[in-house]
Each structure stands twice: as structure tokens, then as C-alpha cells.
Write a protein that binds this ligand. Structure first.
Ligand SMILES: [Zn+2]
Length: 56
């Protein structure tokens, strides 16, 4: 899915026990709940790999 700021590609980024979506272009990070309603299928599948994520 795309960054809301620059339309760069968002990638799943895990740090410690938190998972974020991070823009590969501008570096903007999104919490999962910020974009939960807009997740596309590809991103959902990536997130499903993290079975123990904390959605903070
Ligand atoms: Zn961006």
C-alpha cells in the first residue's frame, strides 16, 4: 500500500515487539491502527506472519 504523504511504498517494519508500516521513500512510520481500515490484501498477508504482534 502507499504512503499518505508521498505515495511511496509502505513496508512492514518490526522493531522490538512492535510492528509498524514504514514508507520506503520518506521514512514516515504508521501505527497499524492508523491504517487498519486501509490495509490492502498484500499488507494484510504480511502482517499475518506476525502472529504475536502487539497492536499498540
Ligand atoms: Zn512516504
Amino acid at each position: 500500500m502507499e504512503c499518505k504523504k508521498c505515495t511511496g511504498k509502505l513496508e512492514v517494519h518490526r522493531s522490538c515487539r512492535r510492528v509498524r508500516l514504514r514508507c520506503t521513500a520518506c521514512g514516515k512510520e504508521y501505527q497499524i491502527h492508523e491504517v487498519a481500515s486501509e490495509l490492502d490484501r498484500e499488507t494484510e498477508e504480511l502482517l499475518e506472519c506476525y502472529t504475536a504482534i502487539i497492536y499498540d
